[in-house]
Design a protein. Structure first.
Length: 59
């Protein structure tokens, strides 16, 4: 992964956002991610998973 996604921006745009959006749409989980920064540099990610009790309906 470190060679393909050399910046957090590319990792977030190409991997994290699409995966989180898909999980939120297709599962009974509400997933959020918080970036932990040291100055301007992202040093960690904090993922939160919460059970989503709303029924998902496909249109």
């Amino acid at each position: 992964i470190e060679h393909k996604y050399q910046t957090y921006k590319s990792l977030n745009q190409q991997l994290l956002r699409p995966c989180i959006d898909e999980l939120n749409k297709k599962s009974d989980l509400a997933v959020t991610v918080e970036t932990i920064k040291k100055g301007r540099t992202v040093v960690a990610l904090h993922f939160r998973f919460k059970e989503d009790k709303q029924i998902k309906m496909t249109i």
